[in-house]
Design a protein around this ligand. Sequence first.
Ligand code: ZN
Ligand code: FE
Length: 257
Amino acid sequence: MKIEIIPVLSDNYVFLLWDEQTKTAAVVDPAVAKPVLAKLKELDLELVAIFNTHHHSDHVGGNHKLQHAFPNVCIYGGLEDKGRIPGQKVYLQEGDQVEFSDRTASIFFIPGHTRGHISYYFPPAESDGIGELFCGDTIFAGGCGRLFEGTPAQMVDSIGKLRQLPDQTRVWCAHEYTLSNLKFAITVDADNQVLQSRLAQVKKERDRNLFTVPSLLGLEKQTNPFLRWDQPALQATATQTEPARVFGKIRGMKDLF
Ligand code: ZN
Ligand code: FE
């Protein structure tokens, strides 16, 4: 399974998964259709699946046009998003599995950003030992999604599930927010040296207009304040120790940053 990043709108990433042998493709969170159709044409691929993480328009906006171009495409999304994802055919729940190419993804139900949010996790293929996590607007590189339809406790639960995945997991998040996320992160976890060097690195990458996605989950565990509610430094910043309170306090600070 190959993965291609298609940057769209101001800061969204659409991910194209494809299989060289069968010439089939799946797309994760197509905000818009046009650049996806162009890429499919360029690579001579047939679109067989759309994997949506949640109902926001910058994630499902291309569904209808893609379905029009590929009438047999199967559109997946969370059960709790029933009625909110255009063209949805399959309603996924925690523990369900979906197949694409020679890989099978497990579904995590991860409410918080929205109440129906899911993620798709492909365990490592034997060839390279690295897993792929498509987590929409839940974990961002260096940050997390806003709590539009959920509570800090729900988000701690949701991120807690993803945090248990192996360090060698690529985190394919849906936005290029990394630099501003890390600028905030350093204000709440100032003495974290891994974070300091990550911030310096990301500044350089963004100066050259490079994508900072995907990141590695191991690095997120070390530097992303929204995966670190049990670390003394974050607890001190939040003046709280209970996970949802630490998380909620830090998320509140980010909202005002
Ligand atoms: Zn969203
Ligand atoms: Fe989004």
